[in-house]
Ligand binder design. Structure first.
Ligand code: NDP
Length: 500
């Protein structure tokens, strides 16, 4: 029978990181904590494995990645069960997360050659005698540092694209979800067993910092804004480039011509899925005055039906990190103390390790609940008079990750004006599983993009090659040019680009 631990902070026992369920404390597994030496050795081995991986070429890499993809698809219920046992996430949510990860692996594998492979470029007037060649070459070794809240799709969003681009990867999963990370790496080894193309190093933040310093060619970090700053500072020591996917305070705007029932359904899903522990979770809603009351009623009615507990079939599981419960409690209590009303839940909704659905209205705009990432099953609904007011308040945030708009005639125009990387119109969070579309934020939500063509290019460097095809008619790049040549260059350039 599995050992039972005090639920909460993961423990390190005799050099092993012990992973257990956040509510029941049932042990899920033990993983050796990587030393600084082990991290450096992993990166060195990855460099060697990466050369072999590049040598396989796009076609063989695609074949291997597609086999990994099928293997995960075939065993997705086993993985969903593990995600549930380790992080407390309801099985249905884990299945949705794994489905998105599978889509991304498939897309990255099938599109890497098209997006990154060699191509000829057009020539221009002064370079007409040359041909241009462009290709995107792998960086070498990519470090992927992942969070616990989506322990499959967030790391896979970087790992699959980095591997498809021809890189080797060293992955540091969150100390809260090492077993899920290990499962991903072990299944990859079943399809790429020859060399350590995808490795894992376990441990706390110190191991993540050691990985940043281990000589990797890029760090793809997903986690909190605070840690993102530390990762960037560490990477600055060696001028190692970074991709930062950090936190958010995403908003939904509900216009007066929106389908209110559909908007309420998406609001409840977007704010409460994974017990609200989503970087792209809807944490605040701006609703036009004429539909405000109907919207609040519909949200409360739906959110009030959600079940909370550690049964794998519950809608909301436990809050994975005990420290986060105090953040959620502080946000709710402060809002209530400043005149907000809880139309569902409230202070009594915080029952560690669970938080029950909470809907707050009349929250002053300077309260933490309205401005900072809460990361719990809470949502703040504001009444606004105009779309301009909704947009001004939405954009008055240091974050800029995703967002949602419900409406008809001007929904797309509103979506364009939201300061964020992604917006779902008449749905919530849907862009995350959309392999064609890049994913990433601005401001304190980070920079760089995973997913889609940009996501592949994020893990490659452009390589430009020119090749002479014929002698130069207009000799520019030589000291052999004559005064007559220069006069002809002036004439041709004026003829072609002048006269304005
Ligand atoms: P953290 O920032 O606490 O941790 C993220 C990862 O960084 C973990 O693996 C952590 O290790 C590691 N780490 C911690 N300190 C350092 C360090 N100094 N150097 C290198 N690595 C370090 O985030 P959480 O795991 O708590 O994840 C939740 C956060 O992630 C939320 O803010 C959420 O919004 C954000 N997020 C963003 C997403 C996006 O795509 N934009 C997607 C999902 C989540 P350890 O866990 O062992 O401390």
């Amino acid at each position: 029978m599995a050992a039972i631990h005090v639920p909460g902070q993961p423990v390190i026992d005799d050099g092993f990181l012990v992973s257990s369920h956040p509510a029941t404390g049932v042990e899920v597994g033990r993983f050796p904590v990587a030393s600084g030496d082990r991290t450096r050795t992993a990166t060195a081995a990855a460099r060697d494995a990466g050369r072999w991986w590049i040598g396989l070429g796009h076609a063989e890499r695609r074949r291997r990645l597609l086999r990994w993809c099928s293997l995960i698809a075939d065993r997705m219920t086993e993985l969903a069960d593990l995600v549930n046992r380790e992080g407390g996430k309801p099985v249905a949510d884990a299945v949705v997360e794994i489905a998105a990860a599978v889509e991304h692996i498939d897309w990255a594998a099938r599109n890497a050659k098209r997006v990154l492979g060699p191509r000829r470029t057009r020539t221009r007037l002064v370079t007409a005698e040359f041909s241009g060649h462009l290709e995107y070459q792998p960086l070498g070794v990519v470090a992927v540092i992942g969070p616990w809240n989506y322990p499959v799709v967030t790391p896979v969003g970087s790992i699959a694209y980095a591997l498809a681009a021809g890189n080797a990867v060293v992955f540091k999963p969150s100390e809260y979800t090492p077993a899920t990370g290990q499962w991903l790496v072990d299944t990859f080894a079943e399809v790429v067993g020859e060399r350590p193309v995808l490795q894992i190093v376990h441990g706390t933040g110190e191991v993540g910092a050691a990985l940043c310093r281990s000589g990797v060619d890029k760090v793809a970090f997903t986690g909190s804004t605070r840690t993102g700053r530390q990762v960037m500072a560490t990477c600055a020591e060696t001028l190692t480039p970074v991709l930062i996917e950090a936190g958010g305070k995403d908003a939904m705007i509900v216009d007066d011509d929106a389908d209110i029932e559909a908007a309420a359904e998406s609001c409840v899903w977007g704010s409460m899925t994974n017990a609200g522990q989503s970087c792209i979770g809807i944490e605040r809603v701006y609703v036009l005055d004429p539909v405000y009351d109907a919207f609040v009623t519909a949200v409360v009615e739906r959110a009030g039906r959600l079940t909370v507990g550690d049964d794998p079939g519950d809608h909301l599981g436990p809050i994975t990190m005990p420290g986060q419960i105090e953040v959620i409690r502080r946000h709710i209590d402060e809002a209530l103390a400043h005149g907000a009303r809880a139309v569902l839940g409230g202070a009594a909704a915080v029952r560690p390790p669970f938080v029950h659905p909470t809907v707050l209205v009349d929250v002053p705009h300077d309260c933490a609940a309205a401005r900072e990432e809460t990361f719990g099953p809470t949502v703040v609904i504001h009444r606004v008079s105009t779309i301009d007011e909704a947009l001004a308040r939405t954009n008055d945030s240091r974050y800029g990750l995703g967002g949602s708009v419900f409406g008809k005639r001007r929904a797309i125009a509103i979506a364009r004006r939201i300061h964020s990387g992604m917006v779902s119109v008449n749905s919530a969070l849907t862009f995350v599983g959309f392999s064609e579309l890049p994913f990433g934020g601005m401001g304190d939500s980070g920079f760089g993009r995973i997913h889609g063509e940009d996501g592949l290019r994020e893990f490659a460097r452009a390589k430009s090659i020119t090749q002479r095809r014929a002698p130069s008619v207009l000799p520019t790049m030589t000291f052999e040019r004559t005064a007559a040549d220069v006069a002809r260059i002036v004439k041709v350039i004026r003829l072609r680009y002048g006269r304005h």
